[in-house]
Write a new protein. Structure first.
Length: 154
């Protein structure tokens, strides 16, 4: 395997990671808009992108092994002499991977916050400061009990 093949694989992998990062940004926007149909479409898109990314990563790893390169401490390429173009593309791969990881963690935090808020809202509706399930009547209207001092009290 030659340097040109590794350069092509690194370029393909960097582009695949960048595309996955863009899908994560689109996902974050769909979450903000509460566009669940778009989220479903984006999930399928992310699955396809992840499959392509796995193939690109496997090809790049095989080429690196064949050329005596490996990833060392701090994500640096180590081994025999590293071509400057390979090193530059590797930096892009690492950069885009970090950005995608951060975007994925942010999306997860947003989803977790929404879930937590929803669970708390359900809990309030169930309890509501009144005995369980008595906040709303069977007609769906809020139960309003007598509060305060009655003026008719003698």
């Amino acid at each position: 395997m030659n340097q040109a093949a590794l350069i092509q694989s690194l370029s393909l992998e960097a582009n695949a990671i960048a595309a996955f990062g863009r899908a994560l940004a689109d996902e974050r926007e769909a979450i903000k808009r509460q566009d669940f149909q778009a989220l479903s479409t984006l999930l399928n898109q992310k699955m396809e992108l992840a499959q392509g990314l796995n193939l690109a990563t496997a090809a790049r790893e095989a080429q690196m092994i064949a050329q005596g390169l490996r990833v060392g401490p701090g994500g640096l390429l180590v081994g025999r002499e590293v071509d400057p173009q390979v090193a530059e593309l590797w930096r892009k791969v690492v950069f885009f991977a970090h950005k995608a990881k951060d975007a994925n963690e942010l999306n997860g935090a947003i989803v977790h916050a929404h879930l937590e808020f929803t669970q708390e809202a359900i809990q309030v509706l169930r309890q509501g400061g009144t005995p369980p399930n008595e906040m709303y009547g069977r007609d769906g209207k809020a139960n309003t009990g007598a509060a305060g001092v009655s003026l008719a009290a003698g």
